[in-house]
Design a protein around this ligand. Structure first.
Ligand code: INI
Length: 166
């Protein structure tokens, strides 16, 4: 039995952070958390790009464009959708989540979901570097793991091809 799992080694890898300006008070903390996580796992500061978009709704398109231009191993998507008086936030959050999942698979590049969905500003603050940790940090860690596990899956396929040829 072969076990395939990722490790958290970032040296030589390039990451893009796509962050929304909407609720920038919160999202700037997510950007800090994601950058901190990547640097602590060996990613060079110069190998991290930060791309700002207007809101969470715009994240999937920017993430797809970044993935298609090549050069990045993964895209970390960072935003904060906070419940309002209407159901507007549900459309924003739902489409951001579905869009990121769709574009990641379509572009064949890991895109991780670091978008806080919160019922209040307090809840969002708790997830942006206080009581409940930092969702940006977690999304960056998942991006590291996915780049690693995908590489290992590719290596497994190469090994299998080698055995067929022998
Ligand atoms: N964008 C967010 O990132 N978070 C929100 O909470 C939010 N709400 O609730 O309105 C939000 N709206 C803006 C949206 O993402 C788009 O930028 C806008 O609709 C223009 O397309």
């Amino acid at each position: 039995m072969q076990l395939i799992e990722g490790v958290y080694e970032g040296a030589g890898r390039r990451f893009a952070l796509v962050a929304s300006r909407f609720n920038e008070f919160i999202t700037s903390r997510l950007v800090e958390g994601a950058g901190d996580c990547l640097r602590r796992h060996g990613v060079a500061d110069g190998d991290i790009a930060v791309v700002w978009v207007p809101g969470a709704f715009e994240i999937p398109l920017a993430a797809r464009r970044i993935a298609e231009q090549g050069g990045f191993d993964a895209v970390v998507c960072l935003g904060a959708v906070i419940e309002g008086a209407t159901d507007h936030h549900e459309y924003v959050a739902g489409n951001a989540a579905a869009g990121i999942a769709r574009e990641s698979v379509a572009a064949d590049v890991p895109m991780t979901f670091g978008i806080i969905t919160a019922a209040s500003i307090e809840q969002a603050i708790e997830r942006a570097g206080t009581k409940q940790g930092n969702l940006g940090w977690n999304a960056a860690l998942s991006a590291l793991e996915m780049t690693s596990v995908l590489r290992r899956i590719d290596q497994l396929a190469e090994q299998a091809e080698g055995r067929e040829e022998a």
